[in-house]
Design a protein around this ligand. Structure first.
Ligand code: NAD
Length: 254
């Protein structure tokens, strides 16, 4: 199939922020390719979105990224947008307690996964221009204690984005990063569990403590993040590249 709809690939789209981005871009008229390491769930979610498809894809696997691109080009003939959203974290730990296995997991998914997926898509985007949006975090701009590995991975995503903005402008490709604060998803549940274990606070108290740390005193939603991504891939953002978009209720300036 080769039609006029722009095609957007969203990684880590089986749930949480990635799914909300896929839903929003579908509503905005994109044909969305949802990918996720959880192939069963992503296929189920894609079925509910008009024109969308869901593909199993572990972003740590370069060959899997290339297979996604081949599949999308064979089916739709184009790729216009890549949203590198897939990400993971580990429980909050002092650095001396972080295992090498956990370190590798976070760096492999968040940093290497973003790199490899972009590398797979670039030969297509370089032919006709496009948009790359990378999911960093407020922790990719502002550090906090006991999540050094996650912070490092998200600072690295910020760095990749800046570098790609400089490298890819000649192809009319923009690259921007998005920096959510605290969004109530499965990922943040794990953060709360970790903080609760570390501080002996109940998880309810840990949630309340997180809320107090946000200047606007409220958590961000998956839709808040999706709205910024939707703007960044819209015609209105054609000249925005190398920029960092915080959706953090003011955490970055607290
Ligand atoms: N929730 C927050 O508060 C928050 C804040 C800042 C940034 N983020 C970032 O937003 C992104 C989405 O997070 P979320 O909160 O929706 O998390 P989530 O855990 O709800 O969803 C993450 C998705 O990524 C998928 N995934 C994990 N490893 C993968 C891999 N190797 N290959 C492909 N897919 C993989 C998971 O299966 C899952 O569907 C992440 O990059 C995360 O770091 C989240």
């Amino acid at each position: 199939m080769n039609d006029d709809l722009q095609v957007a690939i969203v990684t880590g789209a089986a749930r949480g922020i990635g799914l909300a981005i896929a839903q929003r871009l579908t509503a905005d008229g994109f044909r969305v390719v949802l990918t996720d390491v959880d192939g069963e769930e992503v296929a189920k979610q894609a079925e509910a979105l008009p024109g969308a498809i869901g593909l199993q894809h572990d972003v740590r696997d370069a060959a899997a990224g290339r297979a996604v691109v081949e599949h999308v080009l064979a089916q739709f003939g184009r790729i216009d947008v890549l949203v590198n959203n897939a990400g993971t974290n580990i429980h909050a730990h002092p650095t001396v307690e972080v295992t090498e296995e956990d370190f590798n997991l976070v760096i492999d998914v968040n940093l290497k996964g973003t790199f490899l997926t972009t590398q797979a898509v670039l030969p297509t985007l370089q032919k006709g221009g496009g948009r790359i949006v990378n999911m960093s975090s407020i922790l990719g701009l502002k550090p906090v204690a006991n999540v050094a590995t996650y912070c490092a991975s998200k600072y690295a995503v910020t760095g990749l984005t800046q570098s790609w903005a400089a490298e890819l402008a000649q192809y009319d490709i923009t690259a921007n990063s998005v920096h959510p604060g605290i969004v109530a998803t499965a990922l943040h549940d794990r953060v709360v569990e970790g903080v609760s274990a570390l501080t002996k606070m109940s998880t309810d108290d840990a949630w309340a403590e997180f809320q107090r740390s946000i200047p606007l005193q409220r958590f961000q939603t998956v839709e808040d993040v999706a709205a910024v991504v939707a703007f960044l891939v819209s015609p209105a953002a054609k000249d925005i590249t190398g920029s960092e978009f915080k959706i953090d209720g003011g955490m970055g300036v607290a």
